[in-house]
Unconditional design. Structure first.
Length: 168
């Protein structure tokens, strides 16, 4: 695996992946920063397309990412993370709505989606920040609620589609 860093309005971001694509995106100023594994090789020329697209996103010039992704997870996790990529820019949805879309009809479906959402290895690019509470409130985000609010506000500013939910 190769890794490099890039700057963003949310602080330094650690990018990790290989020839198959980006596997991890860690915000280093978040409650759960990434730790460089001993086997990883630093390559500051790695992932130029990811760096460019992140810069465009933060500038409000990009609404979709076109990056090869290679997340590591169970079949269920990969299904949930794939569903997250289908949430349009500037829109939000709930854990329950994603669970229903995936055919998880028991009361535990939204909880399973929520847990998996919290384990997303590629935040921002796989937009887990677009998932809010069923009542419209701003809930849970591994990167911290201030970062979630920032990302939703960024998208609201450039899409005009929604207001940022309140924290509860």
């Amino acid at each position: 695996m190769r890794y490099t860093n890039t700057d963003s309005p949310l602080g330094e971001i650690l990018l990790v992946g290989d020839e198959d694509g980006l596997s991890y995106l860690y915000r280093q100023d978040s409650p759960r920063p990434g730790e460089v594994a001993p086997a990883w090789v630093r390559d500051d020329d790695a992932f130029p397309d990811v760096k460019r697209q992140l810069a465009e996103y933060f500038a409000g010039d990009r609404t979709e990412f076109d990056i090869r992704l290679n997340p590591h997870g169970s079949a269920f996790q990969l299904r949930v993370w794939s569903a997250l990529t289908e949430i349009p820019y500037g829109e939000t949805t709930s854990y329950g709505a994603i669970a229903t879309k995936l055919g998880l009809t028991t009361y535990q479906g939204p909880r399973a989606v929520g847990r998996t959402n919290g384990q997303n290895p590629l935040p921002i690019v796989v937009p887990c920040h677009r998932v809010i509470g069923a009542d419209g409130s701003l809930v849970g985000y591994g990167g911290g609620l201030p970062a979630k609010r920032f990302l939703l506000a960024l998208e609201a500013t450039h899409s005009g589609l929604f207001a940022v939910p309140s924290a509860q």
